[in-house]
Design a protein around this ligand. Structure first.
Ligand code: ADP
Length: 486
């Protein structure tokens, strides 16, 4: 069978540029699809971070151009010279992407993100016109790529191409004021509620939802949730109207990168049958975070997260004294984001030196050390499209305590305290009382070592590999190819 030809477009991908889970997905899924004989090419913005890796690259298009409003902008397309991975092409224009960060700095989003990502979408379309590669499906991801399905649909040259839009987080909608709309070059007829208008503004994400052939998101529960007013962020109506074309495909884990048996970034390796190395990791984490040595015999609970209201990390503040004084646990939080939340966490932890550590930075290595060295990982999200940290935690024998929402609901099964069946602990309502009850239950099971070990073993034995996840994307691609509707 001739391989399916796919172009996969995202605004970030590991190991080149990362702010969150989208990068992990875009860095792994195309490679897993390539293993399934899909002819897939990836397109990314040419951020400074991509070139900082010192990778060799070749200029495949030294000068292409596209319009941004009435201005004609030139750009280059470079291909990263990588081996045994899906080919990666980057859209390179310095004034757009050669910056210290991907989307903004501590003061907020870059003022010209509309220009930057309209340009990115238009540049991708210009590349399509010049390329000797004729994709059958364009797979777009999140708002940064949302205009591409709109351009594809209105360009006669691309009528045959199917578009899939994957939604990694409905909370980021690429919402811009009406005066920026003219930059898109789209006909004014699109600026209406059935198009990309959103309550007096317009949304790049909505464009992706409305104009793509199919929409997927990253877990079955989130696919259902986003069709309700509670989780739909005002777009639930649009999603309900497309119900038959909305799919929920669970993310995977790259076990070549996230595996305690081989991970060179953690202090010691370990397996489900021999957790000696995990104790070494725990001791190293306690030392690195200047926690009390006596926590070796008590639970250390970790958090690795963006500090955003979505993630529910604030829910720990009212229960911190209960956790530390009554349950006698240690708490390690690694995270950056919302300034107020950072301050509140800092203040809440001040009375507890030796039991509480809050590290405010983005640090991949420390993230792994927490995932490997902690006993439990908290993911109390108000909503969670899929969530990756709970999947990593399970692989490292760190038991997740999660809110039962989105992908957390689909990946963590409740522990039975008598038998040790299950992989973690879930709570229903996004409030501190329910959260505390779940942690209390986890701590009580921790105090029963044979049962706890069983729970750790169960989590470590779960298979959330990309091989499986990629197979579901391939089936969806094949379904799209059979769909002959206009
Ligand atoms: P989201 O994409 O919503 O941020 P996910 O759980 O899907 O959440 O993915 C988060 C990814 O970002 C994980 O790989 C996690 O380890 C990583 N991460 C989050 N915060 C930090 C941090 N402060 N330092 C290092 N890695 C982080």
């Amino acid at each position: 069978m001739t391989p399916l030809r796919i172009v996969f477009i995202a605004s970030e991908a590991t190991p080149f540029a990362k702010t969150g889970g989208l990068a992990d997905v875009a860095g792994s899924l195309p490679n897993a699809l390539r293993e399934l004989n899909v002819d897939i090419r990836v397109i990314l913005p040419g951020y400074r971070q991509v070139f900082e890796h010192g990778l060799r690259h070749e200029r495949v298009f030294p000068s292409l151009n596209t319009l941004l409003g009435s201005q004609r902008l030139t750009f280059q397309v470079r291909k990263l010279l990588l081996e045994n991975t899906a080919p990666i092409y980057v859209i390179d224009r310095e004034d757009m992407f050669d910056r210290p960060h991907l989307y903004g700095n501590a003061d907020g989003d870059y003022y010209d993100n509309a220009e930057r990502f309209i340009f990115f979408c238009r540049a991708v379309v210009a590349l399509m016109h010049s390329w000797d590669f004729a994709p059958q499906i364009i797979h777009c991801n999140d708002w940064h790529t949302g205009l591409i399905p709109a351009y594809m649909q209105s360009d006669p040259a691309f009528r045959q191409i199917k578009t899939l839009f994957t939604l990694h987080n409905l909370g980021y909608s690429g919402l811009f004021s009406s005066d920026k709309f003219a930059l898109t070059g789209l006909d004014a007829s699109h600026y209406q509620p059935n198009g990309l208008e959103f309550y007096g503004k317009w949304s790049m994400l909505k464009a992706g939802l409305v104009y793509s052939r199919a929409v997927s998101t990253v877990s079955p529960t989130y696919a259902r949730e986003i069709q309700t007013p509670e989780y739909g962020k005002g777009l639930d109506g649009v999603l309900r109207s497309r119900q038959a074309s909305v799919f929920g495909l669970l993310n995977g884990v790259n076990y070549q990168m996230w595996n305690p048996e081989t991970d060179a970034l953690i202090p010691a390796r370990f397996t489900p049958d021999d957790l000696t190395g995990k104790r070494i990791c725990k001791a190293a984490l306690i030392r690195a975070c200047q926690l009390d040595e006596s926590l070796m015999e008590r639970p250390v609970i970790g958090i690795v997260s963006r500090l955003d209201i979505q993630k529910g990390i604030d829910l720990i503040i009212p229960i911190l004294s209960e956790l530390i004084e009554s349950l006698k646990v240690g708490v390690v939080i690694l995270g950056t984001g919302d300034g107020e939340m950072q301050q509140s966490l800092q203040r809440a932890g001040e009375p507890y030196p030796g039991a509480f550590a809050f590290i405010q930075r983005f640090d991949e290595e420390l993230a792994r050390k927490i995932l490997a060295g902690a006993d439990m990982l908290l993911v109390p999200s108000r909503y969670e499209p899929c969530g990756l940290t709970q999947l990593y935690a399970m692989k490292y024998g760190t038991v997740p305590v999660v809110r039962a929402t989105g992908g957390l609901n689909d990946t963590v099964s409740e522990v039975n305290e008598r038998t040790g069946d299950g992989t973690g602990f879930a709570f229903k309502h996004a409030d501190a009382t329910d959260f505390l009850a779940a942690i209390q239950k986890a701590v009580s099971v921790y105090r029963m070592p044979p049962i706890w070990k069983r729970v750790q073993f169960n989590g470590m034995s779960m298979d959330f590999s990309w091989e499986k996840a990629a197979q579901s994307y391939l089936s969806l691609y094949q379904e799209l190819m059979m769909d002959s509707s206009p």
